[in-house]
Ligand binder design. Structure first.
Ligand SMILES: Nc1ncnc2c1ncn2[C@@H]1O[C@H](COP(=O)(O)OP(=O)(O)OP(=O)(O)O)[C@@H](O)[C@H]1O
Ligand SMILES: [Mg+2]
Length: 574
């Protein structure tokens, strides 16, 4: 006896027109489904002679050579059309200003045509096992909206045991949660792309909050202070120790070369003779325990001054020495300026439960950044992009080395990189001269082996390094309007369909498409908004009120102004 497969769910339409194993179209009953919904169709396909299923007497097998399967698909576009309202009639109505109801024309006979991208098919009761469909669905068949439990089984697949984190729900079905496979994110890297205001930071906070609950160590490179809220509410994160760091490049015996690194990045670099003079001087300078980079450069400059005095007769060497000195002064000056700006920005911040500390040395004290339960936020505000990149390269590079040396000095960890286009720009955006590019590329290609993961976030996808990005495994793409950015996304995301690309500019805040190893197939998602984690940053203050309350003197009153600015920031909840 043939056991009929049960096809549950509300009937929402019928398959029509041309169908293929990849897609089909159906007429949708009005108001019964939305864009992005998962739908199912029961259809017969030719039986695979070598299939194990073939041998089972009780199955969903139809006549000898066919079997019934459920085909799963996602609505990728919806078109509405009323054949009883021809365009001529519409024109007439518009011209005369007549209401449709006052005519004999029908306003209720419109047709809804839904296009569906086929995700796969499954056999009776095996919704967790999806196989590619190799035969088109039958026109005329019923299309159903499957119940929540079934959709969840289809989404999760076989591996119920795999740890997952909830990020939101299926667009249009907030009863269906979307969960990402944690291991795919933390080891195989994830990218969040969207235009500004699209909801990247909200999505990143959602993912980070779940990882924090699991005690997974995080290092956050935070140029804007978007993640400082994690340090404002320790009661919400009882399993974590959140540390706030400001950049502080220390020179130790092990990393003396950091100065020449900065010179080569921040200035035109040294010629060979200049490098010789520099190294001669640097080797004579002793390092007192841990010295700040500015202090160390001052000592090297003093040393060069002495050498200079001793060499007054040798003009050439003298000139060389002076170029070396100039470059070193330039680096010292830039480092001092940026560190002062960073300090000013920190002082303007609201009272945080955690105090900012100078960052530990990633080479000698990697545990200062990474251990289970720790969240290290490195606040990079005030630093130029190149210096931010240099600091990121130093920190991430050293921590990666500790993992790659397999000495188990530090636990696996994930690094969150906001404004990733500044850290891993494409070649045409100066990618070859930016120090963090090499480190991030290495982590993307090799990090998986050593438990070093990346969460890259950017609002300028087309400025990112394409080769590196295409090796990331999970993508969350929210609203994107710029065609160049859309093009980039299409190139780096293997399975983004044309229909999905066309959705990108129309997504609302927090809506997007998630695809890659963390999910079974690309899905439209609405990210859950953790409004308790929102922290307004500098730039969100009410400028109109600041101007309206500006002290009424011609010269201004800087003290009052400072107070006012601070008050406004506080009121803005910063
Ligand atoms: N999932 C969401 N649900 C509801 N509202 C959201 C969601 N995501 C973002 N928003 C709204 O959009 C605002 C901007 O979001 P967010 O700061 O994450 O954008 P962004 O992409 O990081 O922007 P930027 O590029 O400027 O950093 C939020 O303050 C919030 O009001
Ligand atoms: Mg943001």
């Amino acid at each position: 006896m043939i056991k009929k497969i049960t096809h549950s769910g509300k009937e929402i339409g019928r398959v029509v027109g041309n169908t293929s194993p990849q897609e089909f179209t159906f007429y949708l009953r009005r108001y019964s489904a939305k864009l992005g919904d998962l739908v199912s169709v029961l259809t017969s396909i030719p039986r695979d002679k070598n299939d194990e299923n073939d041998k089972k007497p009780v199955s969903s097998q139809g006549k000898d050579n066919t079997e019934e399967v459920i085909v799963w698909g996602r609505i990728t576009s919806l078109n509405r059309y009323n054949p009883f309202l021809p365009s001529e009639a519409g024109l007439e109505l518009a011209d005369q200003g007549v209401e449709l109801l006052d005519t004999v024309l029908s306003s209720s006979r419109d047709q809804l045509e839904a296009n569906v991208l086929v995700l796969g098919a499954s056999r009776a009761g095996e919704y967790n096992k999806l196989f590619p469909l190799s035969y088109p669905v039958q026109p005329g068949n019923v299309v159903r909206l499957p119940p929540r439990e079934t959709v969840e089984t289809v989404l999760v697949g076989d591996d119920k045991e795999t740890p997952r984190i909830p990020v939101g729900s299926l667009i249009g079905r907030n009863d269906v949660p979307i969960k990402l496979k944690v291991n795919s994110i933390v080891a195989r890297h994830m990218v969040i792309l969207a235009m500004t205001g699209g909801g990247k930071t909200v999505a990143a906070r959602r993912i980070m909050r779940e990882l924090m609950d699991m005690g997974y160590p995080l290092l956050i490179l935070d140029p804007h202070g978007d993640y400082l809220k994690f340090a404002q509410m320790p009661d919400k994160f009882p399993n974590n120790k959140v540390s706030l760091f400001y950049p502080s490049v220390m020179v130790t015996e092990q990393n003396r070369d950091v100065v020449s690194y900065l010179v080569s990045e921040m200035t035109q670099g040294f010629t060979d003779p200049q490098r010789e003079v520099f190294w001669e001087a640097i080797e004579k300078v002793s390092i007192n325990d841990r010295e700040s980079i500015e202090g160390f450069i001052s000592n090297v400059l003093d040393q060069l001054q002495n050498v200079d005095k001793a060499l007054t007769s040798k003009k050439n060497l003298n000139a060389t020495g002076r170029v070396v000195q100039r470059n070193l002064r330039l680096v010292r000056q830039q480092m001092e300026n940026m560190s002062k700006t960073n300090e000013k920005l920190r002082r303007r911040m609201p009272k945080l439960e955690v105090r900012f500390e100078a960052m530990p040395d990633p080479k000698t004290n990697p545990q200062g950044f990474v251990y289970p339960g720790r969240v290290s936020i490195l606040y990079l505000g005030g630093y130029e992009h190149l210096t931010q990149s240099t600091i990121a390269a130093l920190v991430l590079g050293s921590l990666y080395e500790h993992r790659a040396s397999l000495t188990d000095e530090i636990a696996p960890f994930m690094t969150v990189v906001e404004e990733a286009h500044n850290f891993i720009p494409s070649r045409s955006e100066g990618g070859t001269t930016i120090p963090s590019v090499a480190v991030i590329r290495k982590v993307i290609t090799e990090g998986r082996k050593f438990g070093v993961g990346l969460l890259l976030i950017s609002q300028r996808p087309s400025r990112l390094d394409e080769t590196a990005l295409s090796q990331c495994n999970t993508f969350l793409v929210l609203r994107l309007v710029n065609p160049r950015d859309q093009q980039f996304v299409e190139k780096v995301m293997e399975n983004l369909s044309k229909a999905d690309r066309s959705l990108l500019p129309n997504f609302g805040q927090g809506q997007g498409i998630v695809s890659g190893q963390a999910v079974r197939f690309p899905l439209l998602v609405k990210i859950r908004f953790d409004d308790d984690l929102v922290s307004s940053s500098l730039g969100d203050e009410n400028l109109i009120s600041i101007v309206q309350n500006w002290p009424n003197t011609t010269q201004g009153n800087s003290a009052a102004m400072g107070r006012q600015f601070k008050d406004d920031l506080k009121n803005a909840g910063v």
